[in-house]
Write a new protein. Sequence first.
Length: 99
Amino acid sequence: MSDLHKEVSELERKSATAARLFDIRRIIGGLFVVYGVIVTIAGINPSDADLKKAEGVHINLWTGLAMLVLGLFFLVWLKLRPAEAPGGSDTGTGTGTDA
């Protein structure tokens, strides 16, 4: 019975790690940060033609900065409220390890 309990504990630990690893906030935040850096760099020194198309607004710079802020928001949110594995210990399964 002890081996079974150890195996179940190991699977629960792996499930929690997988839940944190594939959290959608990490993927969305990472992509927004990467794309935000690229768009911000493109918007730092726009050509005259680009400015004329955007009616004088540095649209790439502002969009890139907004994407960076949104991506950082998702990553901070992930850090402050990490994901829990489905069926966590608060379900009351009666394993006796709550004490």
